[in-house]
Design a protein around this ligand. Sequence first.
Ligand SMILES: [Zn+2]
Ligand SMILES: [Zn+2]
Length: 306
Amino acid sequence: MSSLTPFASPGRFLRGNLHTHSTHSDGAMALDAVIATYRHAGYDFVSITDHFLDRYKWPVTDTRSFRDGRFTTLIGAELHAPRTEMSEIWHIVAVGLPLDFAPTTEAEDGPALARRAREAGAFIGIAHPAWYSLSLTDAATLDAAHAVEIYNHGCQLMHDKGDGAYLLDGMLDKGVRLTTYACDDAHFKAPDFGGGWIELKAEDNEPEAILEALKAGQFYSTQGPRLEDVALGGETVDIQCSPASGVVAVGQGYLMSTRFGTGLTRVSLPLEPLKASPWLRIIVIGADGKRAWSNPIWKDEVAGLD
Ligand SMILES: [Zn+2]
Ligand SMILES: [Zn+2]
C-alpha cells in the first residue's frame, strides 16, 4: 500500500480558509474583525479575497500586519472579467497575489486574467461553479486553474448551491488534473462562517510554505470529519478517518466503491468497481451528514501501482 499525499508528507496539518470577504468589498464585517474571527476559531491561516473590481477600488487586501508566529495570512482576491455562458463575469479565486497586482484591463477576459494571476504566483480556484451555472465548456477555457471549489458554504447556506462535484468530476473525466477545496466565502451577513475549510500539510506556517503546499495539492477539504490516511494498493483503497457513517470512493462517470455503517474508522474499499477509471477521490460522511473530501488521486501518479 502507498500512503498518499498529504498523509505521507512531512509537516503538520494547518487549518485554513481560502475564500472570504471583508468591508474592503461587499463583506459586512471589517477586516480586523474577520481576521480575529478566524484566528479565535483556531484557524492557522486565512486568505481574504475581496472582489477585485473598480467599484471597490481594485482591492488586494493587505493582511500582512495580522501575521504572527501562530497565525498567518495569504494575500488574495476574487477576480472578475467577462464572461461565461450564463454570467456576465467570471468568479475566480486567486491566493498568493502580489499586493501591486494591476487592475483588470478592458482586453482581459476571465481566462486571460486568471493566467496573469497565475504567472504572478497565485493559486487559482474556480469559485462556486453551481451558484452561477458554470459549464464544463467554460471551465475548459480556464487553463490557469489549479482547483475547483468542492463546497462553498455561503452559496450552500444562501442559495442551496454550494456543490462543485459536477464540475470537478466532469473536468477529471476530460483528463484535466485539478485539485479541490472547501471554503466559507463568508460575507458575515448570515451565519456563513466556519462551514468548510482545508486541512493543509506544510513544513511551517509561513505564507510561502502554505502557497507551495497548496499548489502541490498537500491538503484535503472538510466540513468537520477528519481524514487521517488514504493508502492505495493494487486491490483496495484503505481509508482511516474520524467515526463515519459512510466512506465513498468515486471515479469516472458513475463508477464508485462504497461502505456504509456506524462508527467506521478504518475502511478498505475494493478498487474493482473503479477499474475503468483513471482517477478516484474519497468522501467521508459523518453521522451528522457532514463531509470530508480528498483531492483526486490519479492512479498513474501512485508509485508501485499497476
Ligand atoms: Zn463569487
Ligand atoms: Zn466570494
